[in-house]
Structures are given as structure tokens and as C-alpha cells.
Design a protein around this ligand. Structure first.
Ligand code: PAF
Length: 281
């Protein structure tokens, strides 16, 4: 695997592939790679001739400075994992390679997509995500780019970004990869202590139970039920559970408001913010 630290190096690596009309797949990450990321890389390798992965802990998408400082960084392990699946290129820029001093930020408009769930709960988060993803797409010009459905709202926002700015890749959403006990894989899981890690699968268990109640109780009552169940767990605190249309992410009030409905949850477990979702209808 070839590793580029600068845009110039990466562009030079890719140039020949472009000339030879090779299909380029791209997997953007913030590192601390796990099987979920590797599944994206493997899918990209399967679908394309060349796969580029990026590792960049993007400061502009962290609204909580502590979250940024504590975000796990383990480049050598990440490199070994990417090599084990035969990723072609890795891009690992420093912050000053991606952001100019006194850069004027773009004010992205994602309309209602940004006004729900992670939008108000993490002010500025999607503006930061869009900023970095747009920059990366413009450097790499991939044919396809791969994102996990765990961050479902991010996936929908990136689809909107790509459309609005006419960016090159087709956006491919990939199913959530779970641990054997059901916990959605996340780099943040490393921050859980033994008790927290033991309890964390309770989130997905609750989502699965919630699904069995769809249309048997009202949308409002299901939200209250999830809130009570999660908050009754002594080490968990529900940040939100939203039931929303899977396409435009707008909350629904009745089960027949939409033909495709998802449940979105964020739970705080000992200061670690765990996110998950489930298809309800
Ligand atoms: O999902 C992530 O890891 C990040 O939000 C992304 C897409 C790499 C942008 O920094």
C-alpha cells in the first residue's frame, strides 16, 4: 500500500490510474479502524480497480473538544489492517494540509436534513463533515465512495452534498457491521470500560424489541417506551430516540406517515456517545 501525506503525492499516485481509466473507490475514515471500516474497503476493492482510504481526524466536525482529544489514534495498527485487505493507497494528511489558515468556511445548506437528530444535538457537525468530504472528493475524484449506515444521517447528507456540488462519486451506503453480541462497531467502543462494554449491546437489544412494537402502540408511546427502558439502565442516558422517514429523515407522528421508517438512537454510556439505528418499516 502506498501512503501519501500530501495532496500532491496522492494526486501523483492516482494519476496513472486515471490515465488508464481505472475505476477508483474511496473510503474516508477517521482511523481507529475496525471490521466495519474493513468491510467498506473490501467492498470498494471488489467494485473498483483501485481503492483509496483516507485517515484524517477532522477537527471541524467535533463540536465537543474533549471528544476530539479522546478520539482514538492508532495509525500503525490501521496501516497493518489496510495492508491485510490489500488497500492500494492511504491518504493521511495533517490538519494544515487540509485546512488553510483563515480559511473561509462554506455555509452548506442541507435544509431540513440538518435540522433533526445529530443536527441540533451536534451543532456544526455536518458542516464540518461536508467541508472535509467535499475537499477529499475534489482531490481524489473517486467513481464510488463508501459510507456506513451506522451514521445514517451523515450518509443522507453526503448524498445531498454530492448532488448539490455535482461531485464525482456515486455514494454507496453499507449495512451496519455488528459485534457478535449486536453492538454496532464503532471506533468509540474502545473507550468503554469492561462494565460499559458488557452493557452496551443493550442498545441494539432495545431497538430490536422496539421493532416488535411497531403499529401495536403509537409512535409517541414507542418513543416513551425506549426512553424509559434505556434510562432505567443505570449506566445509560438516552440522548434521543427518533422515529423518522428513512428518505428525508423527518420525524413521523403516525405509522402510516411514511412507507419506509427507521428508529435512530443515541445513548450516552459513561461519557461515550453511542449511535445506532434500525429499520422499523
Ligand atoms: O464517518 C466518519 O468517519 C467521518 O465523519 C468522515 C466521513 C470520515 C468525515 O470526516
Amino acid at each position: 500500500m502506498k501512503i501519501a501525506k500530501s495532496k500532491k503525492e496522492l494526486i501523483a499516485f492516482i494519476e496513472n490510474d486515471r490515465i488508464n481509466s481505472k475505476k477508483i473507490g474511496f473510503v474516508p475514515t477517521m482511523g481507529a479502524l475496525h471490521k466495519g471500516h474493513l468491510t467498506l474497503v473490501e467492498k470498494s476493492i471488489f467494485d473498483n480497480d483501485i481503492t483509496v482510504c483516507s485517515i484524517f481526524v477532522n477537527p471541524t466536525q467535533f463540536n465537543n473538544p474533549e471528544d476530539l482529544t479522546k478520539y482514538p489514534r492508532q495509525l500503525q495498527d490501521d496501516i497493518a489492517l489496510l495492508e491485510s485487505v490489500n488497500c492500494d493507497y492511504l491518504f493521511v494528511p495533517e490538519v494544515n494540509e487540509m485546512y488553510a489558515k483563515n480559511e473561509n468556511p462554506i455555509n452548506f445548506n442541507f435544509g431540513k436534513l440538518e435540522m433533526v437528530m445529530e443536527g441540533p444535538n451536534r451543532p456544526g457537525h455536518f458542516q464540518g463533515v461536508a467541508t472535509i468530504v467535499k475537499k477529499l472528493f475534489e482531490i481524489i475524484n473517486p467513481d464510488k465512495a463508501y459510507f456506513g449506515e451506522k451514521d445514517y444521517q451523515q450518509l443522507i447528507i453526503i448524498k445531498s452534498l454530492t448532488k448539490q456540488y455535482n461531485l464525482s462519486p456515486e455514494i454507496i451506503g453499507c449495512e451496519i457491521v455488528r459485534e457478535a453480541d449486536g453492538l454496532a462497531m464503532s471506533s468509540r467502543n474502545q473507550r468503554l470500560n469492561e462494565t460499559q462494554r458488557f452493557e452496551a449491546p443493550f442498545i441494539y437489544q432495545t431497538l430490536k424489541k422496539a421493532k416488535t412494537k411497531v403499529k401495536k402502540i403509537t409512535v409517541k408511546d414507542l418513543k416513551l417506551w425506549v426512553k424509559e427502558v434505556i434510562n432505567n439502565n443505570p449506566i445509560m442516558e438516552l440522548e434521543y430516540f427518533e422515529i423518522a422517514n428513512a428518505v428525508d429523515l423527518q420525524p413521523i407522528n403516525n405509522w402510516n406517515d411514511s412507507i419506509s421508517v427507521m428508529g435512530f438512537i443515541v445513548v450516552n454510556v459513561g461519557g461515550v456517545r453511542l449511535i445506532d439505528n434500525i429499520k422499523l418499516i
